[in-house]
Write a protein that binds this ligand. Structure first.
Ligand SMILES: [Mn+2]
Length: 272
């Protein structure tokens, strides 16, 4: 029976007034969300979405179905909040989440937060950034060397936000074949803007997940990081179905999700 076992770290960084990143980790789900758009309460969008995902896994539900329901639920809550309050507009967040039901693993992804897999010492990026700059790279209009200083490198082309969401802006889903011994990293762009993949791979290999998460965040800040930085590091482990997971039942909350005041209530919304 497959489960996640790990830890995470989040830091506001030296410049930003609030941490608009949210993270969550439990034995069945991993989440990183990075609120988009400063003034429009990015911390509310990220915390609310991460909270919805923290409750997503229920026994007997395929992880792909659970992730899809949580996306719809998040969009529902953000849409309801904007409809109820004319001053509340532009609630949006990136999202990268991984769910396991004991057997199958699924990933959902929107925006420029990333997921990586460390397997047998090699690092593999599991997500492709949904950014304007990534599109320029794919289309051959930009070289890799032009990414770091590009003025539009933070423009994301997909995110979780209120309706309407056009088809080509919806999150991407993929089923993954993970095995015991794999380690995964979910992180916000505060990490990947500052550290190259080779360095991320080296630091992710630190034996204890908790230490790896802390070191990754610290090194991003030491490298001059000014954005919020969030890392969730989890090992894929086998556990007896009745064994208590090492991560507590409530899971670990990070960043803006540490403050309940950031989580929008879902009352009065269309159920599905
Ligand atoms: Mn960020």
């Amino acid at each position: 029976m497959l489960r996640f076992d790990g830890s995470g770290a989040s830091d506001r960084g030296p410049v930003r007034e609030v941490n608009e990143d949210a993270g969550f980790l439990s034995a069945s789900i991993l989440v990183v969300a990075d609120g988009v758009g400063g003034s429009a309460a990015g911390e509310v969008a990220s915390a609310t979405t991460a909270y919805v995902f923290s409750r997503a896994m229920t026994p007997g539900t395929h992880p792909m179905i659970a992730l899809d329901k949580a996306v719809r639920r998040s969009v529902d809550v953000l849409s309801g909040a904007e409809a109820a309050d004319a001053h509340r507009g532009g609630l949006a967040t990136t999202l990268t989440a991984l769910a396991v039901d004991g057997d199958r693993v699924a990933l959902v992804h929107a925006g420029d937060s990333r997921a990586y897999l460390l397997r047998a010492g090699g690092l593999l990026r599991l997500t492709r950034d949904h950014t304007y700059v990534q599109q320029l790279l794919d289309d051959g209009f930009l070289e890799e060397s032009g990414v770091a200083g590009h003025p539009w490198r933070h423009v994301v082309t997909r995110s979780i936000h209120a309706l309407p969401i056009p088809d080509d802006e919806r999150p991407e889903y993929v089923e993954l074949a993970l095995v015991p011994g794999d380690r995964v990293l979910l992180c916000s762009d505060g990490l990947t803007d500052c550290l190259p993949d080779e360095r991320i791979g080296a630091l992710l290999a630190v034996p204890r997940a908790e230490e790896a998460a802390r070191i990754l965040v610290d090194e991003a800040l030491l490298a001059g990081g000014r954005d919020n930085v969030t890392c969730v590091v989890a090992d894929v482990v086998t556990a007896h179905p009745t064994a208590r997971p090492r991560v507590s039942g409530d899971g670990l909350r990070l960043g803006s999700l540490e403050d309940d005041g950031n989580v929008l209530a879902a009352t009065g919304l269309s159920a599905y």
